[in-house]
Design a protein around this ligand. Structure first.
Ligand code: FAD
Length: 487
């Protein structure tokens, strides 16, 4: 075909698109502003500790496997995967709940907390599985062009699942607040609060309990390495340290990009950088969405992250740990309704070296702590310090494990870093939330409505936030591009 595509950014969606487009016969060059690939899935290696800087939950292994299969490859050709057992642990103020790696174990834990809940759970997960099959095999693979994409024989029979909320569905059958929080937790990955998320998204609960939580040996960055290798095997040219400052348009058609004053010509321009930022690379008349449009969207949270190296092994923790020991509703209000630094934050702590010795020096522990916060909050060294104290104090209280004097490495990452490193709109971490009014055809489009041969991909467009959706986004946009050039 010999048509030239330039891709801006090297997040999962860009890397995925680069592979599909190269396979379809395009000449593909990818330009990343930073020195390393992977976007929000960065890696920090310091003093023998290896930190995944962004994603750490490997869910929906089937989607990764399908991705590699599309290229006649196996995921195992690139990295090895372990199913975590237990999947994760949740610290409440009066209890610690362990989520096992089988439905039987999880059912037993539910039954311990609320009599009769195991039977409800089996039905809930059966429905979630049905939603998963429909979502993953039908709905998610459509490019978000028309509302009719959501109309399939399967969805028509289940329209109520788009108008009822996950929160309502959970609360109808489960009364114990801990079980409610556990079942509402997976949709937080979609960036929205459970009471605004359609119950159809319970497919995330099937991903959680039905498919399990996995860990790529060496950490999540192994997926980035795998995609880079595959892209290079397919002939993709990759350039790092190449910030793009302009998408060039002539006579209503994208004709290339400019980086550091140099023009690079192309037949197609595809941007996988944050959608808002990508549009700022265009003259105003070529932008599809106004600042008022972006202001009016519900964005997924930003995060305050601490990457910490400990000089000992820690007790009473698992690979993934959620600290739901404060008021869940108040924290979500402080993210979505009255954006401010949370008074008593919920947080997440990840210790990959518990199951993967390659992530820390022998006898040491690699940890990262994540506090979800509203985007665009003031981000100062003092606030980071204050929250580190809050998190460590609660961590020590809940786990009974003193750690304060065992820290030999610490770095933080927050709103200002998201903006500086990824050109993220208001420092969001996970893009635009998947609420009912921001789902499928209601999300920013893959194909520009104003400029020919200009396309977008990534977590702000379809299907939405998360590593598996970003891989799918790259596939969907490549199919649109290939279709245009075939016809
Ligand atoms: C802290 C955190 C935790 C997360 N946890 C999980 C998890 O556990 N599981 C999960 O599935 N997902 C998780 N996610 C979400 C997941 O990481 C993202 O949805 C996904 O990585 C987004 O990929 P993307 O392709 O949209 O692009 P991004 O990763 O945003 O990449 C965009 C790229 O474009 C580059 N760029 C920007 N502007 C320019 C420019 N002008 N020129 C050149 N390059 C440019 C950026 O540097 C970046 O490399 C998490 C995200 C974060 C931040």
């Amino acid at each position: 075909m010999n048509k030239k595509v330039v891709i801006i950014g090297s997040g999962f969606s860009s890397l995925s698109a680069s592979c599909y487009l190269a396979k379809a016969g395009f000449q593909v060059s990818l330009y990343e502003k930073n020195g390393s690939l992977g976007g929000r899935c960065g890696q920090l290696v310091r003093e023998g500790f290896t930190f995944d800087m962004g994603p750490s939950w490997y869910w929906m292994p089937d989607i990764f496997d399908k991705f590699f299969a599309d290229f006649g490859k196996k995921r195992a050709d690139y990295y090895s995967l372990d199913k975590l057992s237990p999947a994760y642990k949740i610290f409440f103020s009066d209890d610690v709940v362990t989520i096992g790696d089988t439905m039987d174990k999880i059912g037993a834990e539910f039954e311990r907390i609320e009599k009769g809940s195991a039977a409800h759970l089996i039905k809930f997960i059966a429905r979630a599985r049905e939603n998963y099959d429909i979502a993953i095999n039908k709905v998610v693979l459509r490019p978000g062009i028309s509302p009719f994409e959501l109309v399939t024989p399967e969805t028509l029979l289940r329209m109520d699942r788009f108008f009822k909320t996950i929160s309502g569905q959970v609360r109808r059958k489960f009364k114990n607040p801990k079980l409610v929080s556990i079942l509402e937790f997976p949709v937080l990955f979609l960036g929205a609060r459970p009471k605004n998320t359609p119950s159809f998204y319970s497919f995330m609960n099937y991903a959680d309990f039905g498919l399990g939580t996995w860990h790529p040996k060496g950490g999540m960055y192994e997926i980035v390495r795998a995609l880079k290798k595959l892209a290079q095997e397919l002939g993709v040219q990759i350039r790092t340290n190449s910030p793009i400052d302009k998408i060039r348009v002539e006579k209503g058609r994208a004709v290339g990009i400019a980086s550091k004053g140099h023009n690079i010509d192309a037949d197609v321009v595809l941007s996988g950088a944050d959608y808002h930022h990508s549009e700022t690379l265009l003259d105003i008349k070529h932008r599809q969405y106004s600042e008022a449009y972006w202001e009016g969207r519900t964005f997924a949270p930003s995060s305050l992250l601490f990457y910490v190296g400990f000089d000992k092994k820690l007790g009473n923790i698992e690979h993934h740990n959620l600290f739901f020991d404060t008021d869940f509703d108040r924290h979500t209000r402080e993210i979505y309704d009255e954006p401010r630094w949370p008074k008593d934050p919920l947080f997440y702590a990840n210790f990959p070296s518990v199951t993967d010795a390659s992530m820390a020096p022998q006898g040491f522990e690699t940890g990262f702590f994540l506090v979800p916060i509203a985007p665009d909050l003031d981000d100062t060294p003092e606030l980071r310090c204050r929250y580190f104290d809050i998190v460590l104090k609660r961590f020590e209280e809940r786990t009974g494990e003193p750690v304060r004097n065992n820290i030999i490495f610490k770095e933080s990452f927050c709103v200002n870093d998201f903006v500086r490193d990824y050109n993220s709109y208001k420092g969001n971490a996970y893009g635009m939330a998947n609420t009912l009014l921001q789902t499928a055809f209601l999300r920013p489009k893959l194909k520009s409505k104003k400029v020919k041969n200009l396309y977008f991909t990534g977590q702000l467009t379809v299907p939405g936030p998360g590593v598996p959706p970003s891989l799918i986004s790259g596939k969907l946009v490549s199919e649109l591009i290939a279709k245009t050039f075939r016809s």
